[in-house]
Design a protein around this ligand. Structure first.
Ligand SMILES: NC(=O)c1ccc[n+]([C@@H]2O[C@H](COP(=O)([O-])OP(=O)(O)OC[C@H]3O[C@@H](n4cnc5c(N)ncnc54)[C@H](OP(=O)(O)O)[C@@H]3O)[C@@H](O)[C@H]2O)c1
Length: 302
């Protein structure tokens, strides 16, 4: 481990299993089937679960909790990241007639306590404000996060989809305790390379997390444009990297950037988890990293 890595505020590793789409299948997995899938994630080397209060219309945390409860060893094996602060019309959020954000301290504390109960764990490893709430004063948000830290209900706190200024403001109020900014990042969405988010992470010794690393699946489904060019380039490069699957090449591309964003896999097909993890052994050559950039952007670097 390099000196830089050892001084990160929090480092949960290179990969997490994302659970946004967990209940999207026609037949959602039973607790036993999900426990089995989680065991396969562990075998593949993934020890972090990324979830959120809102996933599956407020049902995913409960599903994960039921799976973890089938096997205490499984429950102890995973670190859990969850998020809160999005309210959409539902039985769960009867007050909401339209989608809205709520990052008040009181709501964050209430949500974290509910997550602990649904997931069946004593502590959340990382608790994130899901999206910036323009209506809540950051002091209010900070007070809720601080309370969760003080009470030992969460080990680390962070944010998701925050601008650099929103991050800096909240981080200052928390005396530099924000542990991550979880943002969209992939060859199909390079914003954090340009908007300062990754530079801020490097400066603050914070490891970002990358959501939708495959563009939410558009890398495979789009028949034209950036995704099609990117697929062709990745297929072209694959033999050079031991016939690596193209998703693994994309994860390696993400991990090659200096902030080393943790990659959150989003597949419901567990065999894709194992093949994607081949990224761990791939060190992309500089020229190939830029060739992927070029294919995605459809132009040479300026
Ligand atoms: N903080 C935030 O605001 C935020 C927002 C979005 C997501 N997230 C987190 O990030 C995680 C990952 O996001 P994501 O689900 O959008 O990730 P993604 O990996 O970009 O997209 C996943 C989609 O790609 C498909 N896919 C994956 N590999 C494939 C392959 N080899 N061939 C064809 N299709 C393939 C999957 O289908 P199959 O299931 O069929 O493989 C799935 O529908 C989420 O689960 C969630 O935890 C966070």
């Amino acid at each position: 481990m390099s000196e830089t890595e050892s001084t990160l505020r929090c480092d949960l590793g290179d990969f997490a299993y994302g659970t946004w789409r967990l209940l999207d299948e026609d037949t959602p997995p039973s607790a036993d089937a999900l426990a089995d899938r989680l065991r396969r994630c562990l075998e593949a080397g993934i020890e972090v679960l990324d979830t959120a209060e809102i996933y599956g219309r407020y049902r995913v945390e409960e599903a994960i909790g039921s799976a973890l409860m089938t096997d205490p060893e499984l429950r102890g094996a995973f670190k859990i990241v969850t998020k809160a602060g999005i309210d959409v019309p539902s039985d769960e959020k009867a007050h909401a007639s339209i989608p809205q954000y709520d990052a008040t301290g009181a709501n964050l504390v209430r949500c974290a306590e509910k997550s602990l109960r649904l997931l069946g764990v004593d502590t959340l490893d990382l608790f994130l404000v899901h999206r910036p709430d323009w209506l809540t004063h950051p002091e209010d948000t900070a007070s809720g996060l601080q309370r969760l830290l003080d009470e030992g209900k969460v080990r680390h706190v962070g944010v998701s989809n925050y601008t650099i200024h929103q991050f800096a403001t909240l981080d200052k109020l928390l005396d530099g305790r924000l542990a991550t900014n979880q943002v969209e990042f992939s060859p199909l969405c390079m914003d954090p390379l340009y908007d300062g988010v990754f530079d801020q992470c490097l400066q603050s010794r914070v490891r970002p997390m990358a959501w939708s690393p495959l563009g939410g699946g558009s890398l495979f489904s789009d028949r034209e444009g950036a995704a099609q060019r990117l697929r062709a380039k990745l297929e072209d490069l694959s033999p050079k990297y031991g016939d690596a699957p193209i998703d693994a090449l994309v994860y390696a591309w993400i991990l090659a950037t200096p902030a080393r964003p943790m990659v959150i896999l989003g597949t419901n097909k567990v065999e894709r988890v194992a093949s994607g993890m081949k990224a761990s052994g791939i060190a992309l050559e500089r020229e190939d990293w830029y060739a992927i950039w070029e294919a995605a952007q459809g132009k040479s670097v300026p």
